[in-house]
Design a protein. Structure first.
Length: 462
């Protein structure tokens, strides 16, 4: 790369990369801990031209003014966090949140996501995964100083004095102060737990070319967090690496004891951040592995059932596919206790669960009759059965799947006279089907639910 500002910028990287950003993505595809952050900085300084190449690329794309070394705040390119930090864009209803920063309010700025992104924080719709907020409570913290040395964690402390760089000691102090500001905010903000995650997206993996620290409540993480897990680099990993770099330079030997202490604290904090992520991952996989009994949150009510029972739902149905995908990937929407959350009416779902239990327990030579659902609940039951793809399973008798043993005479409660004619079982038709009850002429069969057989529409389950 030629010197910044000459107008002849050129970058030739590996595998056809034509920018520093693409090169870092290619060379460090996962950047989420101290080791990968350390490697990205080594590549920049030892192989990719240092802060000068970084500056040149930002100038080339219009993010930095060559004369002032400040981030640009115009509309082309539109750099949202730079505009917020400069006060050009004022987000509504954020004054009270900004005040929570206290003594840090003059140096840092709290920002929020778009309301619709916050609203869809737990959506699994591909339209929102990667765009929605990463947790139920997600804020950003940016710096008000728009000098390009603060535009991203990759360049902290690496910018030369001739361009206004402050050096690694001041950079480390700034980032430690940023961490304190974020934690002060979360302690004062109502509703936040004490499980706070602070993450940077390092250049190459960032989406906006102005600094923004992701401030997350780790108690309730959404699908977007796991999509971006590969690039969520904890602030403590950044502090750890900066401390190591300072310790390595003999020019700071007089502060060796202090730097060693800072590095030790940063390493401990980075380990704690990693522990929080691992704990969240295990919580997310609450239903994975060899667990036979699972606990579901169905519309706010607890349903405890075996994995084997749920998977009696025929292959290809929504219920079966939902839980096969959930256990295979550790995915699914979770509640605050780590249980898979199903947004279905609990009363209807429990009738279906009980029917699956009876099928599992009944010997294979015996037919299990359809669930008897009270009249006031039947419409809801039929709709939920259809939405889960189980309308045929619950609409006719089914052979049992339990152990083949002699249980003696079986009680058979009479069906009401208005019972409608039902289809044969899904597996095989019995050789001697029981006589069908006479259908009442005064009670016509109910019409199928609107859209029955067409599957769940575009706004349905994922």
């Amino acid at each position: 790369a030629t010197k910044a500002g000459t107008g002849h910028f050129f970058f030739a990287g590996t595998d056809g990369a034509t920018s520093l950003k693409a090169e870092i993505i290619g060379r460090v595809p996962v950047l989420k801990d101290a080791s990968s952050y350390r490697e990205a900085r080594r590549l920049l300084m030892e192989e990719l031209g240092g802060a000068g190449t970084l500056r040149a690329e930002l100038i080339r794309f219009g993010f930095v003014d060559d004369a002032t070394n400040m981030l640009t705040t115009g509309n082309a390119p539109f750099n949202i966090f730079a505009k917020i930090a400069a006060g050009i864009v004022k987000q509504p209803n954020m004054e009270a949140e900004q005040a929570l920063l206290g003594e840090y309010a003059d140096e840092f700025q709290v920002a929020s996501n778009r309301p619709e992104n916050d609203e869809h924080w737990d959506s699994e719709d591909p339209e929102w995964v990667g765009k929605a907020s990463m947790s139920r409570r997600h804020r950003f913290l940016t710096v008000k100083d728009l000098h390009f040395q603060w535009f991203n964690a990759l360049g902290f402390g690496l910018v030369d004095e001739e361009w206004g760089g402050v050096g690694k000691v001041a950079a480390l102090q700034k980032i430690e102060k940023m961490k304190l500001a974020a934690l002060k905010y979360t302690r004062g903000m109502k509703g936040w737990s004490d499980r706070v995650g602070l993450f940077f997206h390092v250049f190459g993996h960032n989406s906006v070319n102005s600094l923004h620290l992701h401030v997350l409540d780790m108690k309730e993480l959404g699908p977007t967090f796991w999509k971006f897990e590969y690039k969520n680099c904890p602030i403590d990993a950044v502090i750890k690496v900066l401390s190591e770099e300072l310790d390595h330079h003999s020019g700071h030997s007089g502060n060796l004891k202090l730097l060693t202490e800072v590095a030790s604290q940063a390493a401990a904090a980075a380990n704690e951040a990693q522990r929080l992520m691992e704990e969240a991952r295990e919580k997310k996989k609450h239903l994975a592995g060899d667990q036979d009994v699972v606990h579901l949150n169905v519309g706010g009510e607890l349903v405890t059932i075996s994995k084997e029972t749920l998977l009696l739902a025929p292959q290809g149905t929504v219920l079966h596919d939902l839980f096969v995908d959930t256990w295979d990937s550790g995915g699914g929407r979770l509640d605050a206790e780590g249980r898979v959350f199903l947004n279905f009416p609990p009363r209807a779902f429990k009738y279906i669960a009980d029917h699956l239990r009876l099928i599992q327990l009944t010997p294979p030579s015996i037919l299990v009759q359809p669930p008897r659902v009270p009249f006031e609940s039947r419409a809801e039951f039929l709709e939920v059965s259809w939405l889960l793809g189980l309308h045929r399973l619950v609409d006719g008798p089914q052979w049992g799947c339990g152990a083949d043993r002699d249980l003696g005479p079986r009680p058979r409660p009479p069906w009401p006279c208005c019972a409608r004619r039902r289809p044969p079982p899904l597996k095989t038709t019995p050789s001697k089907p029981a006589a069908k009850p006479t259908q009442s002429s005064s009670a016509p069969a109910p019409a199928p639910a609107a859209g029955a057989g067409a599957g769940i529409g575009s706004g349905g389950a994922k």
